[in-house]
Design a protein around this ligand. Structure first.
Ligand code: ATP
Ligand code: MG
Length: 412
């Protein structure tokens, strides 16, 4: 017998028992995003390497360390590490700037990053995300953030924190970069190796560093004063204030985190992240922001844009904690013929139902129901005689006898 071949490090099978929640994530994405006018787009899983080098940015960890790159017919190809670059390529290639703004797209699918696998971090993982093109106004930023929150709510996830920040425009950012470098200069030798590189290449991304000794430096009073100070220009500040007022109107709670800069190079103005307190150190479920220069940089007609991406494996672990995937109803009846009929009736009416196939004792069936379902639908002798059924809410233990029509209303 040959050696057993195992799944690759950082990759996972998604098994049938996990599929209910995956389908829920996919179906809710289709529903929530379509309702807001977003059309689904499916772009190829590999693209020209250059697309990511230019689109994600060649000072990012993704491009420098994490890409799965290979050659075929002397062409350098890369498995997509994220999907904004691919969607933007397609937007340009298919002339979508000619459509009337906004152009709204959503996607889902596997992404590939050569990272150190750990809880919440895989080498093949899935993202669901949206991109909205053509609207400069802060209403677009508000819609996209609201959409992320609504989608998460539809999955039963509402114990989450929304953090926002404004990176300003390229002009106001230059100013800030200079000031930041100035104030950090005395600490240069204490910065981690990555941060020393960032200091030269992309000082803004210093703020994203997770190394404790770097974080400490950002807490020094004079450094903190620069970071917490208002560096963005009047126009950018107006945009940010408008966004905040729209989020207030929409009832979305948020906090401003001045250290939030996000890992990708292309963001300007609004960036945001949604975090959970229940995921340990890999706690971000959603990251997004505005990228008004990317379409132009990739050779398209300059078009502003904003979007987000969510990690579906991280959503899955949160959903797994909050929603137990229970049946709507478990039919409890010692007469197997009656059970078969009632189960069929409920399933025909879209109620997720099961029953005991082997005619066990009533109490055994009730025990099983309590484990697997939200409601027990009980058909005893009395019920058969009165042409009713009893429904027991297995959470509250409330029980009522009702007609079959009423039964459907309760279960729905
Ligand atoms: P992180 O800080 O966790 O590395 P990131 O900034 O690299 O995240 P993005 O590129 O913005 O993340 O991707 C958006 C979301 O995709 C993240 O918030 C996270 O939920 C998910 N994600 C990113 N990388 C991975 C990974 N290697 N495995 C699983 N999920 C991931
Ligand atoms: Mg990352």
């Amino acid at each position: 017998m040959g050696n057993m071949i195992k799944v690759q490090k950082g990759t996972k099978d998604i098994l049938p028992q996990e599929m209910a929640l995956w389908h829920k994530m996919e179906e809710n994405a289709l529903r929530v995003f379509s309702n807001a006018g977003y059309g689904e787009i499916r772009t190829p899983i590999f693209e020209a390497t250059e697309l990511f080098a230019r689109g994600v940015g060649d000072t990012t960890d993704i491009v420098n360390k994490e890409m799965y790159t290979f050659e075929k017919s002397e062409r350098s190809l890369t498995l997509r590490p994220e999907n904004t670059a691919g969607v933007v390529r397609s937007f340009i290639e298919n002339g979508m700037h000619r459509l009337s703004a906004p152009v709204k797209l959503w996607y889902k699918g596997p992404m590939f990053r050569y990272e150190r696998p750990q809880a919440g971090r895989q080498r093949q993982f899935h993202q669901v995300g949206v991109e909205m093109f053509g609207i400069k106004d802060a209403t677009a930023d508000a819609e996209v953030i609201e959409l992320a929150v609504s989608y998460l709510k539809s999955l039963g996830l509402d114990d989450l924190e929304v953090e926002i920040n404004s990176l300003g425009c390229p002009e106001c950012r230059e100013n800030f970069k200079t000031k930041l470098k100035e104030v950090l200069k005395p600490y240069y030798n204490e910065l981690c190796e990555d941060c020393q590189t960032r200091y030269e290449k992309n000082p803004l991304r210093l703020l994203d560093c997770k190394v404790p000794s770097c974080k400490e430096i950002f807490e020094r009073p004079e450094v903190k004063a620069v970071i917490q100070g208002d560096f963005i220009c009047e126009e950018c500040a107006k945009h940010f204030n408008e966004l905040k007022s729209y989020l207030d109107i929409l009832g979305i709670k948020y906090s401003v985190n001045k250290l939030l800069v996000r890992g990708l190079d292309y963001y300007n103005r609004t960036v945001f992240e949604i975090k959970s307190n229940n995921l340990g150190s890999q706690n971000a479920v959603c990251g997004g922001g505005r990228y008004d220069t990317l379409v132009g940089n990739l050779g398209g007609q300059p078009t502003c844009a904003i979007g987000f991406a969510m990690g579906m494996e991280r959503l899955y672990s949160l959903m797994n904690e909050v929603n137990e995937d229970k049946l709507d109803a478990f039919v409890v009846c010692t007469d197997k013929k009656e059970s078969l009929k009632l189960v069929k009736y409920l399933r025909d009416n879209d109620i997720k139902t099961d029953f005991d196939f082997t005619g066990k004792k009533f109490t055994k069936q009730m025990e099983k129901a309590a484990k697997v379902a939200k409601f027990a639908v009980i058909l005893g002798e009395d019920e058969v005689a009165n042409n009713t059924v009893s429904v027991k809410n297995l959470e509250t233990s409330e029980q009522v006898a009702v007609s079959r029509n009423e039964l459907l209303n309760i279960l729905r």
